[in-house]
Write a protein that binds this ligand. Structure first.
Ligand SMILES: Nc1ncnc2c1ncn2[C@@H]1O[C@H](COP(=O)(O)OP(=O)(O)OP(=O)(O)O)[C@@H](O)[C@H]1O
Ligand SMILES: [Mg+2]
Length: 472
């Protein structure tokens, strides 16, 4: 599991009356990147639990006061969802059964290999993160995923909303193709929220975030002992989504063998858990998304063409933000209001220079990039209007952008030159934060000449530098 995921975890709690054991567990697990709290007794651990969230508990079976078993039982009564792992020095099959009966997720007998422990913890960590994600999704699916939250006046967006309305109530499989940050998750969520399945689960799996070896068991589950580390039976997420919708995000990253299994599942909803014999069946609607070039992936044989056709019943292609014209400012205003309200700030809008900067930008990260830029600007801004210097400089990006010239669209050499000059001026202005004196200095001309040139090339100059509301 990545470090980042571990950082999102609350600490884990160790309960052991032996000091050496506490120290060595704490060392091993801290090295693995977990935050650890250690207590010497069940009583102390109980107090900690009342004040702190933990994602799992590791307890010794024998403790000084209250025994590990009693502790386990009382924890399960109050905090049913916290996984508890039991460790003991006196292992007998009966004790192991007792521990599991009392609600322990796992049982380790001393001496055990650190890997065994680490593996078990990792599963609990994953479970915790999945639960968290599901909670947020459930909340989001009722609050956030409605059509009115998909902002945009551009005809492509109006079309997209009406297509969602048409397709959502059906059980059609949906494939969403679009660049990163174009709103694919928003669309998937809206489809579920407007469907007849809205009361059932909406399960999202990010195929790129789960290691290939675990993805199959994540999707379809596994039987106990089907592979090393499969300590218990695991219910797949397709079962969790029964009656509802499953959203396979980043499906372009799924391995070919798993693609074959998914294809079979899509035929009639049947599947078998890893290591299982029984054929199970669920009723699930599938929505898939990817920001990869799927046609290229098919050509390179990393994506199965037959699966593509099976998924591609209804296709959504949210266009990149740079192709949506006025939507940039519409979204910018929307995010401005949102962040200003949540940060308790009164900001009227964007200065003209800021607006120019926003509309000139290429937005390779699409709506997500815009949202982040506005959030940052609202935090930094001290005035009533967002000024250009509180927006990102976009310099690296504009240097990366290669403005290719479409010569066919010009009628004369002069027009081509004019276009080059316009782009050059705009780049310089952007680089100098739209300050007229700075830009003139950078271009080695006088301010007056710069103004004249800009006017000739139809660039708005009234708002630049110390001109309009952008005054510094
Ligand atoms: N039309 C829109 N109106 C309002 N907010 C939007 C719109 N499109 C995207 N957003 C917001 O932009 C952010 C990114 O959108 P989303 O997560 O849906 O992108 P994505 O296409 O799934 O990107 P990736 O391929 O990187 O996963 C989210 O915060 C989302 O709420
Ligand atoms: Mg996404």
């Amino acid at each position: 599991m990545e470090k980042q995921m571990k950082r999102a975890l609350p600490p884990l709690l160790i309960v052991d009356d032996e000091r050496n054991m506490r120290i060595s567990l704490q060392t091993v697990l801290s090295d693995e990147g977990y935050e650890v709290i250690a207590e010497a007794s069940a009583e102390d651990a109980y107090k900690t639990l009342e004040n702190k969230e933990v994602f799992m508990i590791i307890t010794d079976a024998r403790l000084g006061g209250m025994s590990g078993y009693d502790f386990l039982r009382s924890v399960k009564q109050r905090w049913q969802d916290i996984p508890v792992l039991m460790i003991t020095g006196y292992a007998t099959p009966k004790l192991a059964v007792d521990a599991i009966k009392c609600g322990a997720v796992d049982y380790l007998a001393k001496p055990f290999a650190p890997e065994e422990l680490i593996h078990s913890i990792k599963r609990c960590a994953e479970l915790h993160l999945l639960r968290q994600e599901n909670l947020t999704l459930k909340k989001a699916s009722t609050e956030q995923f409605t059509l009115s939250h998909i902002i945009g006046d551009h005809p492509s967006m109006a079309e997209l909303r009406s297509l969602i309305e048409t397709v959502a109530p059906t059980d059609a499989t949906v494939l969403i193709l679009g660049e990163s940050g174009t709103g694919k998750e928003l669309i998937a969520g809206a489809i579920h929220s407007l469907s007849r399945r809205k009361a059932a689960n909406y399960v999202r799996i990010n195929c790129a975030a789960i290691p290939e070896t675990l993805l199959e068991s994540e999707l379809f589950g596994h039987e106990k002992g089907s592979f090393t580390g499969a300590l218990k039976r695991k219910i797949g997420r397709v079962e969790e989504a029964d009656g509802g919708t499953i959203f396979l995000d980043e499906i372009g990253d799924m391995s070919r063998p798993l693609q074959a299994k998914l294809l079979r599942f899509l035929e009639d909803g049947t599947f078998t858990r890893i290591g299982g014999n029984e054929e199970l069946q669920v009723n699930v609607r599938l929505v898939a998304a990817t920001n990869r070039d799927i046609v290229e992936a098919i050509r390179q044989e990393s994506f199965r063409e037959d699966l593509f056709h099976r998924l591609n019943v209804v296709q959504f292609c949210p266009p990149p933000l740079r192709e949506r014209g006025g939507d940039v400012m519409l979204l910018a205003q929307f995010f401005l209001r949102q962040f200003a309200a949540s940060l308790n700030k009164t900001i009227e809008g964007f200065s003209e220079a800021a607006e120019q900067k926003l509309t000139r930008h290429h937005w390779p990260g699409n709506v997500r990039e815009l949202r982040n830029a506005i959030e940052r600007a609202v935090i930094l801004e001290r005035g009533k209007w967002i000024s250009p210097e509180n927006l990102p400089s976009f310099q690296i990006e504009s240097r990366l952008r290669k403005d290719t010239i479409n010569y066919l669209s010009f009628d004369s050499y002069e027009e081509i030159l004019e276009d080059c000059e316009r782009n050059m001026l705009l780049n310089a202005l952007e680089l100098c934060d739209y300050s007229l004196p700075k830009t003139a200095e950078c271009l080695k001309i006088t301010e007056a000449l710069l103004k004249k040139k800009a006017q000739k090339l139809n660039l708005i100059v009234g708002s630049m530098g110390s001109g309009g509301r952008a005054a510094r």
